[in-house]
Design a protein around this ligand. Structure first.
Ligand code: GAP
Length: 454
């Protein structure tokens, strides 16, 4: 399946309450609260058996489309901990702060720049009307220490954004690969922020994962490449969702732009949380490489091998979140379908088949018929080598279909008494619930064509 062929949702579906996603995610093993038996830690989550499959698919698909398909892009994987000077050069130590006020009554905290003017003027809590304390400054960087001897330990930080490794390794990549400008470096990796107001499930966490492209260009070609990546990334997101009308590009206003940025765009998705950023397309100019040159004393300029022109490359950044993708895909895919003619309804995840955590379930019609079970297990054992598959013989067939619908499994293969006669099986498709009959020998090719990207 190509990225533009996923299932279109034609009927108007309402926004899904976040609680429904949280509940399904825990019940079916997608996401668990971290350290739950100790009461949990706000803004930190673990991923369960299905969550890890979905997450891996999301990551691999991004990597495939960004690194594997583009001859002028390579990937790296940098460490979470770096030299502390990195975060001075990046400006995080100085500027990665939130100014907050706390309510004396309900103890809730609010960013000053998010507080309605009326509340700011009256010093009144927007939640309970209580009195607000003096504003305080919170640094979002998570501190850690390298070394074991007290007094000699070096304070540093868990990276506040994954992209810094790319600037640090830029020169090594240039020297160790045959890349020439324009070229890009990609990375997927964890980032850590002491978010003061974590919340909305995976939306704003303290430990999360980012995917970045840093694309290095000649200053004279910046606008061309900025426009190119803005469009490419927007189309990419459009290709993995059903509700395409819930995606938009929003230009940053002048007050949102970094001082070096001529423009910036957010790719936003609309859900019960409103329009929210999914990925940022940033005009970083020569800011990052110039700062690291200045702070490290290393020359990070580039010499064009043809013209011999020397310059600091300018950078187009596309920076998105793996966790936001995970959450938005669930919000986008979730549907509660009412049953028709008095029949029981179903909950279904209309996930794009290439991203769905389980691709196929193999179900014998009855579990007390040895021949059915043996044939089904044989098919399952063959399919699981090619794709993530499940075998299920517990409960009636309708209930088993619904169990798979709820986790987004695009295909169910049923082994029945006809199978024993003619070696064909029923293949049921998740969204339409339509069924076809197929020879067992044709199953692998039929499924692979539909559940893998190519
Ligand atoms: N290097 C640029 C950068 O870090 P950002 O807008 O702060 O830019 C990029 O982050 C993406 O990372 C966001 O679009 C979002 O998808 C994700 N992200 C940022 N903070 C997050 C958080 N606290 N929890 C989950 N995802 C987050």
């Amino acid at each position: 399946m190509t990225q533009t062929e996923n299932v279109p949702v034609t009927k108007e579906t309402p926004f899904v309450p976040i609680e429904k996603i949280v509940s399904l995610a825990k019940r079916r093993g997608f996401v668990y609260p971290n350290s739950e038996i100790y009461g949990g830690v706000s803004g930190i989550y673990d991923f369960g058996p299905l969550g890890v499959e979905l997450r891996n698919n999301i990551r691999r698909y991004w990597w495939w489309s960004m690194v594997q398909l583009n001859d002028n892009i390579v990937g790296i994987e940098g460490a979470i901990i770096t030299h502390p000077r990195v975060w001075e050069a990046s400006g995080h130590v100085e500027n990665f702060v939130d100014r907050l006020v706390e309510c004396k009554n309900c103890k809730r905290r609010f960013r000053i720049d998010h507080l309605p003017e009326e509340n700011l003027l009256q010093n009144k809590c927007p939640n309970c009307g209580g009195e607000l304390m003096e504003p305080r400054t919170f640094n979002l960087m998570m501190e850690t220490y390298i070394g074991v001897i007290e007094g000699e330990r070096m304070k540093t930080y868990l990276r506040g954004e994954a992209c810094q490794n790319i600037y640090l390794d830029y020169d090594n990549v240039l020297k160790s690969s045959r890349m020439q400008i324009p070229f890009g470096i990609c990375q997927i990796g964890k980032a850590f922020r002491n978010e003061v107001t974590p919340g909305n499930f995976l939306f704003r966490q303290r430990e999360f994962e980012q995917w970045d492209l840093q694309f290095f260009v000649h200053p004279g070609e910046m606008q061309k490449w900025f426009d190119y990546w803005k469009e490419r990334r927007f189309e990419w997101y459009k290709g993995i969702i059903n509700h395409r009308d819930r995606l938009r590009l929003r230009a940053h206003g002048p007050d949102e732009l970094a001082h070096y940025a001529k423009q910036a765009f957010d790719i936003e998705y609309q859900s019960i949380l409103g329009w929210q950023e999914w990925e940022g397309i940033h005009w970083r100019q020569d800011w990052d490489l110039s700062r690291h040159s200045q702070f490290s004393g290393q020359d990070l300029s580039y010499t064009d091998p043809n013209t011999k022109e020397r310059f600091i490359p300018w950078i187009v950044e596309t920076s998105g979140g793996v966790d936001r993708t995970f959450l938005n895909l669930l919000l986008d895919a979730y549907e509660e379908e009412p049953g028709e003619d008095g029949k029981e309804g179903r909950t279904v995840l209309h996930l794009n088949p290439m991203l769905a955590p389980v691709k196929v379930a193999v179900l014998p019609l009855q579990k007390n018929k040895e021949e059915l079970v043996n044939t089904a297990k044989d098919i399952y054992n063959r399919l699981k080598r090619l794709m993530v598959a499940q075998y299920d013989d517990v409960a009636n067939i309708g209930r088993r279909y619904r169990r798979q619908d709820e986790i987004g499994t695009p295909y169910c293969v049923t082994v029945d008494f006809d199978t024993l006669q003619d070696s064909t099986v029923t293949v049921r498709e998740r969204d339409t619930m339509s069924q076809i009959r197929l020879p067992i020998s044709e199953l692998p090719a039929y499924l692979l064509e539909r559940v893998t990207w190519h």
